[in-house]
Design a binder for this molecule. Structure first.
Ligand code: PHE
Length: 449
């Protein structure tokens, strides 16, 4: 059975795939404005600290369980359980994770479709097709449906090629392109008038704001979403890692790449906003906070690009291209969750599974688009605010309490014979057992309030 499964062919391939999953819309449109509005560099430090102390251990729980089982979350949680009751709870957790991953994809594909449409609109502008560009940037059902569908077809196309020639190949291609595009954009924007103002807001620490409890909890929630935790994505990617790979090291690399890209994105988005302000674009909401999320991406930034003439069109093209790539390397990791389960546990052929499940998710996206006002926000908070932390809690419980510790150590030793003496083994076991579940519960109770 194990030999028929896909496997990443190299450490680079795995790190690109898992970092590709982690780096997504969350990093580029969520993190920078959150940091700017909440104490700048102080928030950055809190975020860095939390990412390594909470998100990294939770990521490791998924990677270790996945690699040990070489199977999807449903089978893996069953495997590490000592008795039938825990096995059933584990399998149910895996199944819920699979549904949540699919629901995350259903709203993600809609947003990613907007990114693609805006990117194409810049192309249309470039060749003088103003009418087409207008259509592409106007929020309307036909456009939304077409681009959601297009994005899903890209996701399906990659996943249907499997682990090595689909996920690994495309992540290894797209992630370096993403990084280069991001750095080029940063370098360009930093040369513009007003950029330094934005840098100041981003980098001057204001500890009085960054240390408020509600903020720390918000930072934790976004670290969780940012590392794709709780829905079995990292578990399934972990299941494709070779046995001789040193897990704490590769998990650390993934965390590092994810955080670095969020931090670099801050050097793009904040200066860009203040250049926009300098060019006469409004960047604050009525309450005085920085405009963020969809209004930032689809109103403020385009208005800013417009003030820059031809250069603006090219920057806009690059920016939305960057966002589309970031979204695609994340969406493939979401679709792989239900697909891997269907292939492994129900013996369905990969191509068939990918098209049927991908088609089903596109159908859910369609229902969301048809009832946008009621469903869009609802699905986002149901999945990311409530389900992800709770499922992450369960993964930590299985790694910390249910699975036998000597078996975990055995798994780690496959990639590093001295694992038992290392720092990771001194800290991680009690961390994932006590600290992570408690903090996740704190996030959860906060998000209920
Ligand atoms: N980590 C992705 C982002 O930051 C989102 C994601 C969540 C991906 C859950 C996979 C699973 O955008």
């Amino acid at each position: 059975m194990a030999s028929a499964r896909g496997q990443f062919s190299s450490r680079f391939g795995f790190v690109m795939a898992a970092a590709g999953s982690a780096v997504g819309l969350g990093n580029i449109w969520g993190f920078p404005t959150q940091a700017a509005g909440n104490g700048g560099a102080a928030f950055l430090l809190v975020y860095l600290f939390l990412a390594f102390t909470l998100a990294y251990p939770a990521l490791m729980a998924e990677l270790i369980i996945g690699r040990h089982a070489h199977a999807n979350a449903v089978s893996a949680l069953r495997l590490v359980s000592p008795n039938r009751a825990l096995a059933n709870i584990g399998a149910t957790t895996g199944l819920i994770g699979l549904v949540v991953a699919s629901l995350i994809l259903s709203f993600y594909a809609i947003v990613a479709g907007w990114m693609m449409a805006h990117g194409l609109a810049s192309l249309a502008d470039l060749v003088g097709l103003a009418g087409v560009a207008d259509w592409l940037t106007t929020h309307a059902l036909p456009r939304n449906l077409i681009f959601m569908g297009l994005f899903m077809v890209c996701t399906i196309g990659i996943i249907s090629e499997g682990v090595k020639s689909g996920i690994e190949r495309w992540s290894a291609r797209l992630m370096p392109v993403l990084l280069i595009t991001l750095v080029l954009l940063v370098l360009y924007v930093l040369t513009l008038e007003g950029a330094m103002e934005g840098l100041k807001v981003y980098l001057l620490p204001d500890f009085s704001r960054a240390l408020s409890p509600s903020l720390i909890i918000a930072a934790l929630g976004s670290a969780f979403f940012s590392l794709s935790l709780g829905v079995g994505t990292m578990l399934i990617y972990g299941s494709y890692i070779a046995d001789d790979e040193n897990l704490p090291v590769v998990g650390g690399l993934v965390t590092l790449v994810d955080i670095s890209i969020a931090v670099i994105a801050g050097f793009l988005v904040l200066p860009a906003m203040y250049v926009a302000l300098h060019n006469g674009v409004e960047i604050f909401t009525q309450s005085g906070a920085l405009i963020s999320e969809d209004t930032l991406i689809f109103t403020v930034l385009p208005a800013f690009f417009e003030t820059m003439g031809l250069a603006g069109i090219i920057v806009s093209l690059l920016f939305f291209f960057l966002m589309s790539i970031a979204a695609l390397t994340s969406s493939i990791s979401m679709l792989e969750v239900p697909v891997a389960y269907t292939i492994e546990n129900h013996g369905v052929d990969r191509k068939l599974a990918v098209w049927v499940i991908g088609g089903g998710i596109a159908l859910i996206s369609t229902v969301i688009l048809l009832n946008f006002e009621t469903l869009f926000g609802f699905v986002i908070s149901l999945t990311t605010r409530y389900s992800q932390p709770l499922l992450g809690f369960m993964f930590c419980i299985y790694a910390g309490w249910v699975w036998r510790r000597d078996e975990i150590l055995q798994e780690l030793k496959k990639g590093n014979p001295d694992a038992g003496d290392g720092l990771f083994w001194k800290i991680w076991p009690w961390y994932v057992k006590l600290v992570c579940p408690l903090i996740i519960l704190a996030i959860f109770s906060q998000s209920l309030g």
